[in-house]
Design a protein around this ligand. Sequence first.
Ligand SMILES: NC(=O)C[C@H](N)C(=O)O
Length: 331
Amino acid sequence: QAAKPHVVVLATGGTIAGAGASAANSATYAAAKVPVDKLLAGLPELSNVAKVSGEQVFQIASESFTNDHLLKLGQRVSALAKQADVDGIVITHGTDTMEETAYFLNLTVRTAKPIVLVGSMRPGTALSADGALNLYSAVSVAASKDAGGKGVLVSMNDEIHTGRDVHKHVNIKTEAFKSQWGPLGMVVEGKNYWFRAPVKRHTLQSEFNIDDIKALPAVDIVYGYGNMNTTGIEAYHRAGVKALVHAGTGNGSVAAQAVESLKALRAKGVHVIRSSRVPDGFVIRNAEQPDDQYDWVVAHDLRPQKARILAMVALTKTNDSKELQRIFWEY
Ligand SMILES: NC(=O)C[C@H](N)C(=O)O
């Protein structure tokens, strides 16, 4: 019998490593408590699909991820992906910012080996906990050859999503993740069923490489709303932000007073990236605002939190607004 593929599980915390006081506590619990060895020991079925080894990288709730966590995790994933004895990598992660980490790795790790992020919506101590099956599925996806070359994936609730498109769209259901353009496939009883593939550049075709990125520039987000206060825009400018993502209303529209503040920022060299706070759709260049005239960038179909990730990565290579816009179309 052929040896099973070797999958490394990098554990970072989240609810999948959470623990509550009783089995009835599905929402009231502490995240990031259970160490990776215990998670893996609780799931002996994993040995049916892969030879699994675990590594505790962090033990945090994902809302506390920083740029340093992204860099450290990315460097570790890249190093493991280069090892001949590693066939796939699973990252256990809190669900709150999983979409940001997945997109960051999708942009920067140069490999065709499967990289799969997974989490859970209920802690392992709860009734109908979803973590064990999610982890089993993620390991089986990472162990399969047909998952290679598709970029960084997120496997949750039997679905396989591209890390680029996926976002958490509901916070209290196990069916928490959605991709505006649909999941890539499904995983059922350890078998993958594929229906589509990503067309945006990722991993092996990316011009970015985590091995060359030592630091990420400051990029922040301001939120658009009625009676919008521009104090936040000016405060981020004073703090030295290199680009500001504007999570606008509707079509990425910008309140008149915020237009003035953002134009002033751009005149000082700060990039303005126009996105939308609506959960789906995309922003069209020169619709709502004259982006060519203001030298602003549009975020295409990226949610503001994803636009922030791409802007940070892009700014490690260029400070040219036209190049930034090209990168937003291509990734
Ligand atoms: N379901 C979860 O994992 C939520 C948790 N706050 C986290 O992101 O770490």
